[in-house]
Design a protein around this ligand. Structure first.
Ligand SMILES: *Cc1c(COP(=O)(O)O)cnc(C)c1O
Length: 387
């Protein structure tokens, strides 16, 4: 019996424990120490944002974004239904209503052609989610937002080092949210960051992130004591997490490059199955360099997806489905509304299958996954590859 192939596996870059030890020796264990500072500087230098705040999750970054964006009761926020719950929750916690827009079959991102119809006089923000680390149509979204004076808050949880027309995602909209959850490409267990494209919102975000106090200004010597001046919560990660994360950020380019090359290998081996009409694959775009976060296929129908998933599982290969669309979930129905049909979202949710992908994956494991899929479809293993 060959070894099982997990869906994912956290990658350890190597210096995590050394940096955690250094953080312990420095004696500053709570947030906003030297490693947090180094991570934030990395975002500014590598992603071109004006400023960045490390948070304890992307969920926290989204919540912080929703607060500083001033979204409140009665407001509406445009987003896809095909996303993680935190995208919507952050705004529901402010009393706002998520308005779900359908996605496009080509890249599973919010269909920008449908945004206009979803707008009302209560719309405050648009939240593009870069699914699988592939950029949304940011020019179009920013153009609509600019015309209606809406904020653009990117959920770039899956998109570290992906670009749109050469610009790093997370730093394209007014605010951008990143995730370093253990399931993402670059990790620290639980972690995230809020990115600021320009100076707007920075000052208030620093306060909200520090329990609504001006503690940061106090440490900079700008005030002689700190106190409660705004609403807030605790959105800082401990230095131990920041130390872990910095070890990963130092190798982030390499991590994404390796995943991109695994994705290329998958694409080459999946193409013959698509040519046979057995499944369909996402469409790439020259303007979009993706983060290689997810390799997925769309099956012909729901039964085929389930058949394929079970077949792979029986051969110890971890293929998994993805989101229950928010518009069809209990809380999504209670707190949100749909704008137009969710036909593509529903079809994709029923037919999408994610294939194993992790830094240390070997090409043989991709071959085994593809051979298993070929057997499911009654094809000979490996047949289509040259050589
Ligand atoms: C992972 C993810 C989140 C949540 O990230 P956490 O760091 O776990 O809070 C939010 N949105 C999307 C699209 C995600 O993939």
């Amino acid at each position: 019996m060959p070894e099982s192939i997990p869906y994912g596996k956290p990658f350890i870059a190597g210096k995590e424990l050394e940096y955690i030890r250094r953080a312990v020796e420095l004696g500053h264990l709570s947030g906003d120490g030297r490693f947090t500072e180094q991570c934030q500087r990395w975002f500014v230098e590598r992603l071109g944002c004006k400023h960045a705040l490390l948070t304890h999750s992307c969920t926290a970054a989204l919540e912080l974004a929703a607060i500083v964006a001033g979204v409140g009761p009665g407001d509406e926020v445009i987003m896809p239904s095909f996303t993680f719950v935190s995208t919507a929750n952050a705004f529901v916690l402010r009393g706002a209503r998520p308005v779900f827009v359908d996605i496009r079959a080509g890249d599973l991102n919010m269909d920008d052609a449908l945004i206009e119809e979803a707008l009302t006089e209560r719309t405050r923000a648009i939240v593009p989610v870069h699914y699988a680390g592939v950029a949304c149509e940011m020019d179009r979204i920013i153009e609509i937002a600019g015309r209606r004076r809406l904020l653009v808050i990117e959920d770039a949880a899956q998109a570290l080092l992906a670009t749109y027309k050469g610009r790093p995602l997370g730093a394209v909209g007014d605010l951008g949210c990143l995730s370093f959850h253990e399931t993402k490409n670059v990790i620290c267990g639980e972690g995230g960051a809020l990115l600021f494209r320009d100076r707007d919102f920075m000052e208030r975000a620093e306060i909200v992130r520090e329990k609504g106090t001006n503690r940061k200004a106090f440490f900079r010597g700008e005030v002689d004591k700190y106190s409660w001046i705004d609403i807030g919560s605790s959105y800082l990660p401990a230095e131990l997490n920041a130390a872990f994360l910095f070890a990963q950020l130092e190798r982030a380019d390499e991590i994404v490059a390796r995943r991109r090359s695994l994705c290329d290998a998958y694409r080459e081996r999946l193409a013959p199955l698509e040519a046979e009409g057995l499944l369909s694959l996402p469409r790439g775009h020259p303007d979009k360099r993706d983060a290689a976060h997810i390799v997925y296929i769309l099956a012909r129908n729901a039964a085929d997806r389930e058949g394929l998933r079970r077949h792979l599982r029986a051969e110890d290969i971890g293929a998994v489905t993805h989101y229950v669309p928010l518009h069809s979930s209990a809380a999504g129905q209670r707190y949100g509304r749909t704008a137009g049909t969710m036909a593509v979202t529903d079809r994709v949710a029923a037919t999408l299958l994610r294939l194993p992908l992790f830094f240390e994956m070997k090409e043989e494991q991709i071959d085994r996954t593809i051979d298993s899929m070929r057997r499911y479809f009654g094809l000979r293993p490996g047949g289509a590859r040259p050589g």
